[in-house]
Design a protein around this ligand. Structure first.
Ligand SMILES: Nc1ncnc2c1ncn2[C@@H]1O[C@H](COP(=O)(O)OP(=O)(O)OP(=O)(O)O)[C@@H](O)[C@H]1O
Ligand SMILES: [Mg+2]
Length: 461
């Protein structure tokens, strides 16, 4: 039997290890040493209480393997036996560390009737509130082992509001007792091991869009409120010099610039078409748009798909910036849905208007829009909007953060232009603009064919 070597926890991790509340919240920012301390505490509990049953949960099995199963397999060689099909470590004294995931309602079946003494929810905010409650209901058993639930978390994610209420706002509902809850904030700066081994990591966090930076670097929970595209600037004093504004005076689009057309469609909702020109630096210019409602109850005007695409085709035939151009179309992937008869995409094709399906990962898409709107040190963004694009200029600034899905926008708002802009941005993903005077090595989403935004990469951490 080998001896288990435990690591050296940092000061915040020591607080976590010593905390005996029923519900312990930990973290609140990226890279604070959350997953490490979950593994460390699970090992300590398994050895201290012979026969204890421990559950470690992440949203997906892939995240479990990367963050917990593989590192623990290394740590526990000769100490505990791993059974892959059961996703369980068995210790000679009878202790068990079991791994569970929960990415959909169906995954809850694995917790039906199960009993655990201690439950770790790593990245609890990535789980839905009702999933957390159902999993925590497994924390029971007729024995003397401690009954505790440790939740690590970052701001953002489906249960942001729930975790914030319990651990940050400390507002409790009936049946919840204040004395059962404790929160330890740990920021990347508290994780000395990471600061020493990878000082660039902190610079990568600094390069995030302002709100995500506040959330993930400073551990702020109150940032996902209010205006979604806070950085959008419509400053007519700068339309001409194009600095620190996104709206500009139209100009003659050079012939060689690639033209795109992006499209969002909804039945009995507004539709939005945007035309874009791309300059030699990859900067997008929204040059023209067509916006209307498939069925507008106020005006009685109906824009059936046939009428929309006839108009799109006419504009592309006649407008001097578009005619004769090879226009690349990108659209809401749901227009290929044929369940209501002829799909909207087929109706477009009939009019000679072609699209490829847009990438509909909303969070990565919004990150790309934020990256494009960010100003560089000279006040120049990677996306401009011609002054004539009224629907963009009217609707983008009024979109608000969602209350239920914090990094997303509130889809009750008029988000059709935004969706179509998102498909456009995902068709030409860019690197984030680094804060001025900081030259850190940044992850290049273009080097990675599995993810389009740094967001996904960081979320897997
Ligand atoms: N006490 C420690 N001793 C040695 N290394 C540590 C310690 N705590 C954390 N680390 C290392 O720091 C890095 C980040 O820690 P960890 O993955 O636990 O952070 P996290 O808060 O889970 O991050 P994320 O928000 O990305 O999920 C990892 O490489 C981890 O092994
Ligand atoms: Mg982690």
């Amino acid at each position: 039997m080998s001896e288990l070597r435990l690591g050296t926890p940092n000061e915040k991790q020591k607080l976590f290890l010593a905390d005996h509340h029923k519900y312990v919240g930990y973290g609140g920012a990226r890279g604070g040493g959350k997953s490490w301390v979950v593994r460390d505490k699970a090992k300590r509990l398994a050895l201290r209480y012979q026969g204890i049953k421990i559950l470690i949960v992440r949203r997906t099995y892939a995240e479990l393997i990367n963050n917990h199963i593989n590192p623990l397999r290394g740590d526990l060689v000769g100490v505990a036996r791993y059974n892959q099909s059961e996703k369980c470590f068995y210790f000679p004294g009878g202790s068990v560390i079991k791994f569970g995931y929960c990415a959909s309602d169906g995954d809850l079946d694995q917790y039906q009737g199960a009993e655990y003494d201690v439950i770790f929810l790593d990245e609890a905010t990535q789980l839905k509130e009702e999933w957390i409650k159902k999993i925590v209901a497994c924390m029971r058993g007729v024995n003397d082992f401690p009954k505790r639930c440790y939740m690590t978390c970052n701001p953002g994610g489906p249960s942001h509001g729930y975790v914030k209420r319990l651990f940050i706002d400390k507002k409790y509902n009936r049946g919840e007792r204040a004395e059962d809850y404790s929160f330890i904030q740990s920021l990347v700066g508290d994780n000395k091991a990471l600061m020493e081994s990878d000082p660039d990591y902190v610079h990568q966090l600094e390069a995030l869009p302002a709100k995500l930076r506040a959330a993930w670097l400073e551990g702020r929970w109150d940032v996902y409120e209010g205006q979604f595209f806070e950085e959008f600037a419509d400053d007519d004093r700068h339309y001409a010099d194009r600095r620190n504004t996104h709206v500009i005076e139209p100009f003659e689009v050079p012939d060689k610039w690639q033209i795109y057309r992006s499209f969002d469609f909804g039945y009995a909702k507004p539709f939005s078409v945007g035309w874009w020109a791309v300059d030699y630096e990859g900067r997008l210019y929204r040059i023209l748009e067509l916006y209307g409602c498939t069925e507008d109850p106020n005006t009685g005007v109906k824009w059936e798909p046939g009428k929309i695409f006839a108009e799109v085709a006419r504009i592309e035939r006649e407008h001097r910036w578009l005619k004769g151009k090879n226009i690349l179309g990108v659209a809401d992937p749901s227009i290929w849905d044929g369940s209501r008869g002829v799909s909207v995409a087929d109706q477009a094709a009939k009019a000679g208007v072609y699209f490829t399906p847009g990438i509909n990962d909303r969070i990565s898409g919004w990150m790309q829009v934020h990256y494009r709107l960010a100003f560089d040190g000279n006040g120049i963004p990677m996306m401009y909007v011609f002054r004539n694009c009224k629907a963009f200029i009217r609707t983008m600034p009024i979109l608000m953060y969602s209350e239920t899905r914090p990094e997303d926008l509130d889809t009750d708002g008029e988000d059709h232009v935004a969706d179509e802009v998102r498909y456009m941005c995902m068709a030409r993903p860019i690197k984030p603009v680094m804060p001025p005077e900081r030259k850190a090595k940044v992850y290049n989403p273009l080097d990675d064919d599995e993810t389009y935004g740094r967001y996904d990469w960081m979320r897997m951490g």
